[in-house]
Design a protein. Structure first.
Length: 405
């Protein structure tokens, strides 16, 4: 299993200058290649592939205006062309939109080095065009006897430098069969997740904890004159607060998803059932948009997807229109309206007391069992165009495994 391990490092002034030049050249090559491919299609209806883009790069280096492209390592520039080719392949396959130009301020600053552009020996990493090795903080060891095949250097908006190493990790393997076959996971705001077993995981609300610190830093930024050095210093302070929030949130989600998938402290779950949430629509609610963003449900789902693939677990994504909250898990009775402020109620039919989140998690578990039993995802009943009640339930293909985002 290929796995990327990310470490922080502290470059010297010469290394920082060299990497900054490389970042700028990578962005320039990507944008010029995208411009050339767009013009060729608009004016000539002709597609330009990677080979022709590489030939264009060779010609750019020979011009007086772009001769500085030859001063940095050629490998990150070629990798930028390969990334652009991959973006066009995804666009042609209708998996993504048309590639966009990289912005100097908003785009991620990174450069990718393949095996021919770096040396790694005895824990010492040297990049091309650099005499000294990188001063890496080894927060965790690399897999024993493994060398990276690709190295990606990046710098975030807070000015921190990172190196990501892609390695073959033999320790990642499928886990043995689990005793507890299935668990439903309901994402929420009051509780970050609620399991069908009745357990609730508290939502830390990291953004709310640092909201005053963030507001103070943003006020200081607003007072600085645009283009001044003091404004840049204030911008970095704001970025550091955002980075602190994001790091703590990501670490908490990693601990939670790892526990759900593989830890032995709780019964290991062979099948995990979650709900397909329409995040874009939910963020339109300005009252809850900040809290929903802070919960990071998309990141929770992303981590569950690849960790289930790593450790041989199945992830079932239930249709977003499935009425998991409005259906009573004890008797199956369904209500038409259930306001958000109603967190617990007593069923009028069977008299059972329901907690809103636990009830939804149990309904998700039941939907997952239906998928396992019949191999199809159960969608909610809908009325036909004539207005009469539906006589049968609609089904869709099974969603066992890794769903497409």
């Amino acid at each position: 299993m290929k796995r990327a391990l990310k470490y922080r490092f502290y470059p010297t002034d010469e290394q920082a200058a060299e990497l900054s030049r490389t970042f700028g050249c990578v962005r320039l090559v990507y944008n010029k290649a995208l411009e050339a491919r767009t013009i060729a299609w608009v004016q000539e209806s002709r597609r330009i592939g990677y080979a022709e883009s590489s030939a264009l790069l060779t010609g750019w280096k020979k011009t007086e205006e772009l001769a500085f492209l030859g001063e940095v390592s050629c490998v990150p520039l070629q990798q930028a062309l390969r990334h652009l080719q991959g973006a066009f392949v995804n666009f042609w396959a209708k998996r993504a939109g048309y590639p966009r130009f990289k912005s100097r301020k908003k785009s991620r600053l990174s450069a990718e080095y393949t095996r021919s552009a770096f040396t790694f020996r005895d824990g010492v990493l040297r990049l091309a065009k650099m005499a000294e090795p990188l001063d890496i903080v080894w927060s965790r060891p690399l897999p024993e006897g493994v060398e990276p095949s690709t190295v990606t250097v990046s710098r975030d908006s807070a000015g921190r430098w990172f190196v990501s190493m892609l390695c073959e990790d033999a320790s990642v393997r499928a886990l043995p069969p689990a005793p507890n076959p299935i668990v439903g996971v309901d994402a929420g705001i009051t509780a970050l997740v609620t399991l069908s077993t009745g357990e609730k995981v508290e939502n830390p609300r990291f953004e709310k904890q640092d909201r005053e610190r963030l507001a103070r830093a943003q006020r200081e930024l607003a007072r600085k004159q645009k283009g001044s050095k003091n404004r840049e210093k204030a911008r970095v302070k704001v970025a550091r607060v955002h980075a602190r929030i994001a790091d703590r949130r990501r670490d908490h989600l990693h601990q939670l998803t790892t526990r759900l998938v593989r830890e032995t402290a709780v019964p290991i779950n062979r099948v995990i059932v979650i709900e397909d949430l329409a995040m874009r629509n939910m963020l339109g609610n300005h009252t809850l948009a900040c809290a929903i963003s802070d919960a990071a449900w998309c990141e929770l789902r992303r981590q569950l997807e690849y960790k289930c693939a790593w450790y041989g677990r199945d992830l079932i994504v239930v249709d977003r229109f499935h009425p998991s909250s409005k259906t009573y898990s004890a008797c199956g009775h369904r209500v038409s309206v259930l306001p958000l402020d109603v967190r617990e109620w007593t069923c009028a039919g069977c008299g059972a007391v329901h907690d809103r989140d636990v009830n939804a998690a149990r309904n998700l578990e039941a939907a997952g069992l239906a998928v396992i039993a019949c191999g199809a995802g159960v969608r909610p009943q809908r009325k036909p165009p004539g207005g009469h009640s539906a006589t049968k339930q609609e089904t869709q293909p099974a969603t066992v495994g890794l769903p497409a985002l």
